[in-house]
Design a protein around this ligand. Structure first.
Ligand code: FAD
Ligand code: NAP
Length: 334
């Protein structure tokens, strides 16, 4: 009968996630001498490793997303952050120290945790969508709209994101067609109003995307085929850019039953803070952000989370000291 050995690590600060939020938290927590440990997850470097040019990271007119993330990792490492290739499969926030269990069975315990697990754009799930991802198919108008100057664009979706992205894309495109599966948007009325009065935007109601069509060499989108949900009639709409805006899913599976969440799973943080509903648990980046969803804002929140974790640890550790001082040996009067 063998006894299984459990690999256990205790750290003061555990950072979960290796996107801009996680690495920035790693840089700041290291410089605060907290000896943080960062667990990278299934996508080391996060969402930016899935894109090419990034043109809005301050200081770099243009940088490749994967390169930027390699530099951030190197920066965090150079500051002393320990970086581990593991995936956290469960997290217990019910008592401190908090306990996280890695995929390989390693148990991480920590006095404070920074959650930076990001969010994922939802995709339609079509093979043709997959084929053209990064070559005409995108889920981020802010990132990729610029590449379609003077060209036709199709956006799919009917929520705030789709409507905002369509409006934003009119800055570049000659025409934007929004395709929605129903005959009304769920987006806020004010956004809808702006969309309907924009002469560059047309809406195709009651249509579902059937296929993205394009060229193989060079790889590029030429049109999308959409099917009327009642009649089945197919309409082909020419476009060079196809933006999928059917929602984002925050990666909050680890904590959704333990922390307060809202808007479909985003972790709630206190105003102007990364503090969550549990003291010592901080959340940064796209995991908490349903509005901006940018690398630079995520990095900013990573910085905030590390500074707040540092303050939290200083306060709780000084509480322990105060408690010890407040309970000294009984004084004997002479
Ligand atoms: P993410 O980058 O989403 O990283 C999340 C991290 O958490 C990953 O490392 C993942 O492995 C890890 N993780 C998740 N679950 C676990 C787990 N259970 N255990 C351990 N780790 C876990 N923004 C811009 O500012 N400019 C752009 O040009 C731009 N282009 C983009 C292009 C594309 C195609 C996409 C998808 C997004 C783009 N964005 C851009 C948005 C930007 O990438 C995000 O806002 C940013 O990456 C969010 O950072 P984050 O640190 O919150 O999380
Ligand atoms: P969302 O509100 O969930 O809307 C997603 C849209 O995509 C819906 O219209 C939905 O159609 C459609 N859709 C979903 N799956 C689809 C599929 N497989 N095929 C075709 N269409 C599909 O997502 P969101 O627009 O990203 O917004 C997310 C949250 O962020 C919301 O709470 C939103 O209010 C918020 N947000 C706010 C702002 C703002 O305040 N300015 C901006 C952006 C986002 P149905 O309508 O038929 O379900």
């Amino acid at each position: 009968m063998g006894v299984s050995m459990v690999d256990t690590r205790h750290v003061r600060v555990l950072i979960i996630g290796s996107g801009p939020a996680g690495y920035t938290a790693g840089i700041y927590a290291s410089r605060a001498m907290l000896n943080p440990l960062l667990v990278q997850g299934i996508e080391p470097g996060g969402q930016l490793t899935t894109t090419t040019e990034v043109e809005n990271w301050p200081g770099d007119t243009e940088v490749q997303g994967p390169d930027l993330m390699i530099r951030m990792e190197a920066h965090a490492k150079a500051m002393g952050c320990e970086i581990i290739a593991d995936i956290i499969s469960s997290l217990d926030l019910s008592k401190r120290p908090f306990t996280a269990v890695g995929d390989g069975g390693t148990v991480y315990t920590c006095d404070a945790v920074i959650l930076a697990t990001g969010a994922r754009a939802k995709w339609l799930g079509l093979p043709s969508e997959e084929r053209f991802k990064g070559f005409g198919v995108s889920a981020c108008a802010t990132c990729d709209g610029f590449f379609y100057r003077g060209q036709e664009i199709v956006v799919v979706g009917g929520g705030n994101t789709a409507v905002e992205e369509a409006l934003f894309l009119t800055n570049f495109a000659s025409k934007v067609t929004v395709i929605h599966r129903r005959d009304e948007f769920r987006a806020e009325k004010i956004l809808q109003h702006r969309l309907f009065k924009n002469p560059k935007i047309e809406v195709l109601w009651d249509h579902a995307i059937e296929e993205v069509v394009g060229t193989q060499d060079p790889l590029g989108v030429e049109a999308v085929r959409a099917k009327h949900v009642q009649t089945g009639k197919i309409t082909e709409i020419p476009c060079k850019g196809f933006f999928v805006a059917i929602g984002h899913a925050p990666a909050s599976e680890l904590v959704k039953d333990q922390l307060e969440t809202h808007m479909g799973g985003y972790v709630v943080t206190a105003p102007d803070s990364t503090a969550t509903s549990i003291p010592g648990v901080f959340a940064a980046g796209d995991l908490t952000d349903h509005v901006y969803r940018q690398a630079v804002t995520s990095a900013g929140m990573g910085c905030m989370a590390a500074l707040e974790a540092e303050r939290f640890l200083a306060e709780t550790e000084s509480d322990v000291e105060t408690a010890v001082i407040a309970d000294p040996e009984p004084q004997v009067a002479n």
